[in-house]
Design a binder for this molecule. Sequence first.
Ligand code: UD1
Ligand code: UDP
Length: 440
Amino acid sequence: MKIAFIVGTRPEIIKMSPLIDEVKKKGVNYILIHTGQHYDQEMSQQFFTDLELTQPDYNIGVGSSSHGKQTAVMLEGIEEILLKENPDIILVEGDTNAVMAGAIASSKLLLPVGHVEAGLRSFDKTMPEEVNRMIADACSNLFFVPTEESAINLIFEGINPHNIHITGNTIVDACQRNLKIAEKNSMLVSKFDLGENIITVTLHRAENVDDPVRLKNITDALLELMEFTIVFPVHPRTRKNLEKFGFFDSLEKAKHIRVIKPVGYLDFLLLLSHSKLVLTDSGGLQEEAITLNIPCLTLRYNTERPETVTAGGNILVGSSKEVVIDNVRNIINDYTLYKEMSNASNPYGNGDSSEKIVDIILKIFNDGELAIKPADEFISHDGWYLQKISENINVAEYETININSLIRIVFDENKVLYPYPLLSLINKTVIIDRFNSKQS
Ligand code: UD1
Ligand code: UDP
C-alpha cells in the first residue's frame, strides 16, 4: 500500500499534517509531493518545521503565475511523478489549484483520488476555489466530507453516497495537537506584549485584495478600530497589493496595528487563542476559530463553511467599512452575544478525522476495492425514480433487496436527509437510481 499526498500551499500543509502523522503511525508507505505553489520560507518551510514533517519527496517548484499556466505545470509535474511512483491512492485536501491539478492528473491515469474536505460549496463560481472544489470532486473516487451538509451537496451533484464518508475536518486534529506544543514553545504573544484586547486579522482572497475599493474599505475599518490591538500577519499577495494601491504605509504607521509577516503555525495558534475575535476571509480560520471558541467575523459575502454561521460562531460581514466596524463593536460590547459566539459548538468533529480517514482507506484497500478497474459487466442506466416507501425498512436493507438500485436522496416531508445505511425509510420519499445488469 502506498499513499501519495499532494500539497501546494500553507493550509494544505497544515491540514494534511495529521493525516501524514497517522499514516506514519500505522506504518503505511507514503510519498509527499509539494507543487511549490507557496515557496516563501514563512508560507511553506516554516510549517514543515513547526509540524515536524519530513521534507517532500518531490517539489515541482511551480511558483507563482496565472491560473492556467500554474495548473498546466502542476499537471505535467504530478503526472510524471505518479507514473514513476504508481501509488494506490492520491490524497488531496481543500480547494487550491494544487488540489484541482492533483485530482485531474490522477484520474486521467486511473489512479484513485481521495478528496479530503470534499463537498464544500459557496455556490459562487467567481471564486477560483469553488471551481477547484467542483473539479476535484468530479475527478475523485473517495469523498471525505467534514459534515452532513457537505455530504448532501455531493449527493445533489450525483456522487454515489457509498463513496462519501463523513469524517469531520483534519483542521481540528491539527489545532488540538499543536496548541499544547504552541503553549510551551511560542514566544509571539509575550514578545509583542499584546495585552488583552487582541483582534487577529488575515486577508488574502482575490475578491478582497485584488480589488482596491474593497481593500481600502477593510483597511479603513482596521484603522478606525483604535480601541483594539490589531495583529495582522500579512499574506504575500495582500502585501503586494497593499503596497501597489498605496495603503500599506498607513497600516504600518497606525499605533494600534501590528503589521507582521505571516507567522508559523505554532505562533499563529497561540495568537488566535489569545484573541478576542478574528477578522478574516480565510477558509481554514473560520474552522479554527470555532474549534478554539473564538468569535469569527468573515470578510466575505458567502461561505462554503455555512455550518459555522448556523452554529452561531461566525458572522458574514462582507467588506463594507461600516458593517465591519459595527459588527466588531457590537459583539465586543454585547456580553451575551459574545458568550453565545464563543460557545458555538464545533461542527467539524473532535480531532479524530485523520484516524477515521486512514482507517477507511486501509479497509477499502484490504477489501480489494480501492483500485479502479475497467468495466467487465454489461450495465446500463435504467433511470431515476421518485418513490414513497411504505415498508419498515432502512437504506441498507432496501438496497440489499432491490439489487441494482441505489438510494440517492431521502426526503422527510420537505427536509433532505443523507441516506445513512441505517436510516429508516418508512413514510419517506426517496430518489432511486436504477441500473440494469444485462449479464446472465
Ligand atoms: C492560494 C490558493 C487559495 C488559498 C491560499 C492559501 C489558489 C487558486 N489559491 O492563494 O485558495 O486560500 O493559497 O494561502 O490555489 N506569493 C508569494 N510567496 C509565496 C506564495 C505566493 O510572494 O510563497 C505571492 C505571489 O505574488 C503570488 C501571490 O502571492 O502571485 C498569490 O499566490 P497564489 O499561490 O497564486 O495564490 P494565493 O493567493 O496564495
Ligand atoms: N496561518 C498561519 N500563519 C499565518 C496565517 C495563517 O499559520 O500568519 C494558518 C492558519 O492557522 C490556518 C491556515 O494558515 O490554518 C489558513 O491558511 P490561509 O488563510 O492562507 O488559506 P485558506 O484556509 O483560506 O485556504
